[in-house]
Write a protein of this length. Sequence first.
Lengths: 120, 287
Amino acid sequence: MSKYLLNKFLYTIDRDAELVERYREDPAGTVAWWELEYANKILNSHEAEASTWLSFEPDERAALAEQDHVRLFELGAHPFLTLTLFIALFERDNTEPLEYQKAYGQRLSHFTLPYPDIST
Amino acid sequence: MATIAAVIASTHHPFYYKASTAPPEERPPFADAWVEKILAFRETLTRARPDVLVMVGSDHFHQLWLDNMPQFLVGKAPFYDANWANEEREFGLPRLLLRGQEDLSSHILRGGLDAGFDLAFSNELRIDHSITCPIITLRPEADLPIVPIYTNIFAPPLPQPKRFVALGRAIRELVESWPSDLRVAIIGTGHLSLELGGPRQFGPHGPDPEFDRKAVEWIANGDIERSLAEVSLDSLWNPGNATHGFMDFMLMMGVAGEGAKADHVDSLDLFHTMEAYFTWYPEGVPA
């Protein structure tokens, strides 16, 4: 299980406007590309000094490919990262203010305290 | 030695900028009441005639990331660019450039290390809305040099609440021992009960109004002892999954001092979270 890598995906997609659009248009393809090309980049380092050991578990890969924010919450992805990226992906479809944000919370309503652990 | 012109603690709500600057037809119904409270709050800083601002906040996974995560970090740079693309996108926040006060940064770093706080530092720091929101609310001219101090309230494992209080006390002593004739305001922002990315987010109030009521009372009365007795890293998950931001208020209570009653206390019950504003004048209320 790699909460860290889930978070790294959410973080690196969110901060790149082109990747946000790419993930909106082609979720599964973007996740596959990212795992191959991006997952092992050390963000503050040269390409040649990448890591060699990072990959998703199957259910993590599926949650990202299906843009399933409920499953991401359950897996312990950082809720702030998930929320921020998903707002970027879907708020534009709102027909009233905060519509997406409220529905997002509603879809998580079956969770009770304590929530899944987000420690990495 | 430097004078502490004011100690200020506040929530940092990224929606304020848009709510207060939107054209009338897009202005949310709560904007006028909010602006009125912010203008009164701003006056508490203006009256203190500060020359320098020490700004305590928390990076929201912008520059600080999980491959290299400091617990407490002091900026030491001549300038700080501010706000990030996702804050522009989601909140409409403007880009800013703030000057740094490097001499005070050095003094806090050296003195903090010697006092037992192994502070990280940054010589190139782009700051985010935890620091720019209070600039926008309290000093929109953005004309004073700053010392940014970041705390980790975001990525567990986190420091204990008592360490936030202790760091606040240390910051107070360090500013007071800075050999300068300048007037320093120490400003920090955090949260009351808050939920982000969980089932209780974006409700009609903050997720835990009872916690908010108690928290405002602790802060307003400087009741550090009670807040430390009632709050722990585990308990802070209960009022809302982002409520560890309350520890930045605890840091500011440490700056203000045990039993220090705030000279200005205000709050605003908004949807999603409660806003709260506090100002202390250690040298007495300015004329």
